[in-house]
Design a protein around this ligand. Structure first.
Ligand SMILES: Nc1ncnc2c1ncn2[C@@H]1O[C@H](COP(=O)(O)OP(=O)(O)OP(=O)(O)O)[C@@H](O)[C@H]1O
Length: 299
């Protein structure tokens, strides 16, 4: 097992305010991880602790076997703050090369790494553009490119899709999905449905307490069906849970359900049971997808 992050009983107090209360989890190398919670839940505090910007009041954190902020982590972990901005005075290439140079890269390497990361986020054409010449979504991708400079093993993106329209938000998620085998992404959002579709693991924070450490995983013997209903039906969730072989059902957004199917006891034909259930109740569906991410099927 290769643990990349190990957080043990971490508490962070700001005066009398407990921003994090005995938070504990361990993350392995692999698929993107979601850090979800409402405003004020403690997501940014947790990111800041993982980066070593602030210290916990109590508890222990280990990142790739080191304390956060340790010199050995330099270049191995990066974080994109929620409000990251580009400098309006310089081209994207100039800014990214500058940050590469700050990481200790030679002039030549800084240039080639800038080209590499811009390609990763689909912005090769924006190399010589000023931030003002880019759309909001493109500027966000440019800041993500900055977080990818130097090939870090862990990249934390705080509210990476906040304020973006659905198409641009989808592009950001597509970038993460595309590079998830090379980079361990941790993404925070206040919107569970957005990241449920992308991440196998969800850390759910509420009032500084880790409520849930959910792992749907892409485990053997487990598969997913995504169902989008045409109309809202109040009792569909409980009915779906009754289908034999369905181990979990989550409403990922309005009228959309993710069914987790446990196939351990042989091949169970859930689709037939599902369609029978829908027909029996006169429930119409818009889409039925074999898999977890309806959105990915739309590309
Ligand atoms: N520097 C600080 N000084 C005092 N209190 C703080 C500080 N930073 C955060 N807090 C408090 O800690 C709690 C957690 O805040 P945090 O910013 O981590 O939440 P969040 O989940 O990132 O919220 P958001 O989604 O709004 O960014 C909040 O009650 C906040 O007011």
């Amino acid at each position: 097992m290769s643990l990349i992050i190990d957080v043990q009983q971490v508490t962070k107090n700001y005066g009398h305010n407990k921003a994090l209360n005995k938070v504990e989890f361990a993350l392995e190398k692999g698929a993107p991880v979601a850090l979800v919670g409402p405003n004020g839940a403690g997501k940014t505090t947790l990111f800041s602790l993982l980066c070593g910007y602030i210290q916990p009041s109590s508890g222990k954190i280990s990142i790739l076997g080191h304390k956060p902020g340790h010199a050995a982590l330099f270049g191995r972990l990066s974080a994109l703050p929620q409000d990251a901005q580009l400098d309006p005075r310089f081209t994207i290439a100039t800014q990214l090369s500058f940050y590469s140079r700050l990481q200790g890269m030679s002039h030549k390497l800084a240039k080639s790494d800038t080209v590499r990361v811009l390609e990763m986020v689909g912005l090769s054409d924006a190399l010589n553009s000023l931030p003002s010449e880019l759309s909001h979504g493109m500027r966000k991708r440019a800041t993500i490119a900055q977080a990818l400079l130097g090939n870090p093993e862990i990249v934390m993106l705080d509210e990476a899709t906040a304020g973006l329209d659905p198409a641009n938000a989808r592009e950001i998620r597509a970038i993460v999905a595309e590079h998830a085998s090379e980079v361990n992404f941790i993404l925070s959002s206040h919107d569970l449905s957005e990241l449920e579709r992308l991440c196998d693991q969800v850390l759910y924070l509420e009032n500084g307490i880790l409520k849930q450490h959910q792992t749907h995983g892409n485990k053997e013997g487990v598969r997913f069906i995504t169902l989008r209903m045409k109309h809202h039906q109040s009792d569909v969730l409980s009915a779906l849970k009754q289908i034999p072989g369905v181990s979990q059902v989550d409403m990922t957004q309005d009228r959309e359900y993710l069914l987790v199917i446990d196939n351990q006891h042989g091949q169970i034909n859930i689709e037939v049971d599902l369609l029978t259930l829908l027909a029996k109740n006169n429930w119409t569906y818009n889409q039925l997808i074999n898999g977890k991410t309806l959105e990915n099927q739309l590309f």
